[in-house]
Design a protein around this ligand. Structure first.
Ligand SMILES: [Zn+2]
Length: 322
């Protein structure tokens, strides 16, 4: 466990004074669950016991990720500490961290925590170390902003419609992922009203944006991008799936030949040809739009299986009921 500091807080709304425990050392090697909390600004949040006003405590923070050898320190500028005091406070935080880390795991960089000027820059450094670039962070911030704007005007039909029209091209897969994560995050942190509004917005967007052809096209393109990034594992899985399928079909063909229904000379070759023939109708080959047209897909599947069965059928017998 990393140590907590008792801190005196004055409620900005009702003026009540109360004590809260804040975390001043976050070691995500020891407590990985603190990292997402910190990243979404939910670390060191307090609730006034008198009026329930929530707030975020601005307190010194030492952040440690042993895997990435990342050691960052944030000292709130409002503390107005002279240089000597800053160094002393930083030294105390590092000592507190060291006391929780076994001697053999203490490294040279412990002596040199990197200062972050703001909480935002501390968060940015953590994200950067995770491979999330400045451009990606800017895009994500723009998404969150658009989301906030839309939630704000959710009950104003005209304003909401105008916002949706202006931003049509931005409702892509990452946007919907952000929206879903925001809804889940606010539900998890007890902000049920906000979660409900976010889910209502999602329903509405799916109906309005995805309903139109332009919106669907946009979304299909994003799904393709998503698939491209997971392609190697997807392809490996697809190959396994096809091999399994060919094996099952080969067994059916062997059975059929044995009782005279089918007449197939090269069973292995035929089974692979059948897999290839139906390949274009398997779910992973279809676009989102095509997946929605079940009847059409079913009709095509029937046509292909008719052709295939005709080719396999033994010439000397009639299939019962066919
Ligand atoms: Zn209060």
């Amino acid at each position: 466990m990393t140590p907590t500091l008792p801190i005196q807080i004055t409620c900005p709304k009702c003026g009540a004074r109360y004590a809260a425990q804040v975390l001043s050392v976050v070691d995500v090697g020891q407590e990985p669950q603190l990292k997402p909390l910190l990243l979404r600004g939910a670390l060191n949040t307090v609730l006034c016991p008198q009026c329930g006003t929530p707030g975020r405590v601005s307190a010194p923070l030492l952040y440690h990720d042993p895997q990435k050898e990342l050691l960052l320190v944030y000292l709130p500028p409002e503390l107005n500490l002279p240089m000597a005091e800053r160094e002393k406070l930083t030294g105390n935080l590092v000592s507190a961290l060291m006391s929780t880390v076994p001697t053999e795991q203490r490294k040279g960089y412990f002596l040199n925590p990197r200062p972050a000027l703001t909480m935002q820059s501390l968060v940015d450094e953590i994200l950067e170390a995770d491979g999330i670039t400045k451009e990606m962070r800017a895009e994500q911030r723009a998404r969150s902003q658009l989301l906030q704007d839309m939630v704000r005007v959710l009950d104003d039909e005209a304003q909401l419609t105008a916002l949706i029209e202006q931003n049509k091209a931005r409702f892509d897969y990452p946007f919907f992922a952000t929206l879903t994560a925001a809804a889940e995050g606010s539900a998890a942190s007890g902000q049920e009203q906000l979660a409900e509004r976010l889910l209502k917005l999602r329903e509405l967007l799916i109906r309005r944006v995805m309903g139109g052809f332009d919106g669907a096209q946009q979304f299909v393109q994003s799904l393709d991008e998503l698939f491209a990034s997971v392609r190697p594992s997807l392809l490996a899985r697809r190959e396994r799936y096809q091999a399994n399928m060919a094996a099952i079909i080969a067994e059916v063909l062997r059975d059929g030949c044995a009782n005279g229904v089918f007449e197939v000379h090269d069973i292995v070759r035929a089974s692979h040809a059948i897999v290839l023939a139906i390949h274009s109708l398997l779910p992973y080959s279809l676009s989102v739009e095509q997946l929605g047209r079940r009847d059409e897909i079913e009709a095509k599947a029937r046509a292909i299986s008719d052709i295939l069965l005709n080719g396999l059928r033994s010439r000397s017998t009639e299939v019962p009921g066919a």
